[in-house]
Design a protein around this ligand. Structure first.
Ligand code: NAP
Length: 312
C-alpha cells in the first residue's frame, strides 16, 4: 500500500525528519530549489502538512495548497499561521500543548532568578578572574516578591504554581478573568505592572498582543521591576525596552525571545541585569521528544480517524 503524502515546510530534528520519512511519503519543501515555484506547480497534491511554530505556513503558501485539510504543527505558537484563512477553508491545525509547560515554566523561573540574582553575570565575573580582586556587588531577592503574569494559560499557570514555592504573591492579566483561579485578576495591565516586582509574559504572539508591553507598561514596572519574556518578541516594544534598560528606568530583564530573532540588540550585551537566551523555552531532550511524538500522533490520528488529538 502506498504511504500517504505529506508536505513538510521546514526541517525539524534529524530524528523527527527520519521517522516522518519512514512512515510517510514526505516532500521536504526546504529542499526544493525554488520552494514557492514548487508549491505553484505541485501544491494541489497535498492534503497533509507538517510545520512548526517557527516555520508556520504563509498565506501565499496556503493559496498554493487548494486541497489541504490539516496542519500538524510542532510547538504551541500559532502566530505564523493565517488563522482566519485556515478557518474559512475548514483546514484544521494541531499544536503540541501541555507537554512543554514544565520546561517553559522552569525557564521562566530561571530567568527571574538569573536577572535578579545575576547568576550568569556573576559566573562571567568568576571566569574573568575578577573575584581575586573583590566581591561581586549585591543583587536583588526573588522569594516573596510580587509576580504579575500576562497570560494565565497552560504555561502561565505552571509559572504561578512554581512561584508558590517561592512565597510570591501572584496576580495576572488576560482578556477575561478566570472564574476558577484563586490568583488576583488585573483587568488593567498598567495596574498589574505598577503592582508587580516581576512581570512575566506568557501570552501568545500575533497582532492582538503586538507591543502590548510598551514604554508606559515598562515605566509602570519601574526601576526596581524585572520583565521576563518567554512569550514572543513581538509582544514587547523592543526599542522601548532597550532604552528603559539602558537608562535604568527598568530594573532588569530575562529574555528568551526577541523581535527579529536570532538578531538580539547588541546594546544589551554589557548589562549584568539582563539575561539573553536563544529561544530555548522548550529545548530539552525530554520535551522536544514529547513534542515530536505529539506531532506524529496527531498526524496518525487525523489520517486514521479524521480527528486531531490536540486541535487548536
Ligand atoms: P495558552 O494556554 O493558550 O494561554 C495563553 C494565555 O494568554 C491565556 O491565558 C489567554 O487568556 C492569554 N491571552 C491571549 N490573548 C491575550 C491578549 N490579547 N492579552 C492578554 N492575554 C492574552 O497558551 P500556552 O500554551 O500557555 O502558551 C503561551 C505562549 O507561550 C504561546 O502562544 C507561545 O507564544 C509562548 N511559548 C514560548 C515558548 C518558548 O520557547 N519561549 C515555548 C512555548 C510557548 P485570554 O484568552 O482569556 O486572554
Amino acid at each position: 500500500m502506498s504511504k500517504p503524502q505529506v508536505l513538510q515546510i521546514g526541517a525539524l530534528s534529524e530524528r523527527f525528519n527520519r521517522t516522518l520519512a519512514e512512515r510517510y511519503d514526505v516532500t521536504a519543501l526546504w529542499q526544493q530549489a525554488d520552494p514557492m515555484q514548487f508549491l505553484k506547480e505541485h501544491g494541489a497534491t497535498f492534503e497533509l502538512l507538517v510545520s512548526s511554530a517557527r516555520f508556520g505556513c504563509s498565506g501565499e503558501q496556503l493559496a498554493c495548497l487548494p486541497n489541504l485539510s490539516v496542519i500538524c504543527s510542532f510547538g504551541v505558537g500559532c502566530d505564523p499561521y493565517p488563522l482566519e484563512q485556515l478557518r474559512d477553508r475548514g483546514i484544521v491545525i494541531s499544536t503540541t500543548p501541555d507537554v512543554l509547560n514544565d520546561c517553559v515554566a522552569d525557564l521562566a523561573m530561571g530567568l527571574m532568578i538569573d536577572s535578579a540574582r545575576q547568576l550568569t553575570a556573576a559566573d562571567r565575573f568568576v571566569r574573568a578572574g575578577h573575584w581575586l580582586s573583590g566581591n561581586y556587588p549585591l543583587t536583588h531577592k526573588v522569594s516573596g516578591k510580587k509576580l504579575g503574569i500576562v497570560g494565565l494559560g497552560r504555561i502561565g499557570q505552571a509559572i504561578a504554581r512554581r512561584a508558590q514555592g517561592f512565597d510570591m504573591p501572584v496576580r495576572y492579566h488576560k482578556r477575561r478573568q478566570d472564574p476558577d483561579s484563586s490568583y488576583g485578576y488585573a483587568a488593567d495591565l498598567l495596574e498589574l505592572a505598577s503592582w508587580a516586582d516581576f512581570l512575566v509574559l506568557a501570552c501568545p504572539g500575533g497582532a492582538a498582543t503586538h507591543h502590548l508591553i510598551d514604554a508606559k507598561v515598562l515605566s509602570a514596572l519601574g526601576p526596581q521591576g524585572i520583565l521576563v519574556n518567554i512569550a514572543r518578541g513581538s509582544v514587547v516594544d523592543q526599542a522601548a525596552l532597550v532604552s528603559a534598560l539602558l537608562d535604568g528606568s527598568l530594573g532588569g530583564a530575562g529574555l528568551d525571545v526577541f523581535d527579529g530573532e536570532p538578531a538580539v540588540p547588541q546594546a544589551l550585551f554589557g548589562l549584568p541585569n539582563v539575561v539573553l537566551l536563544p529561544h530555548v523555552g522548550s529545548a530539552t531532550q525530554e520535551t522536544r521528544l514529547s513534542m515530536e511524538e505529539l506531532v506524529l500522533a496527531n498526524l496518525y490520528a487525523f489520517i486514521n480517524n479524521g480527528q486531531l488529538l490536540t486541535p487548536l
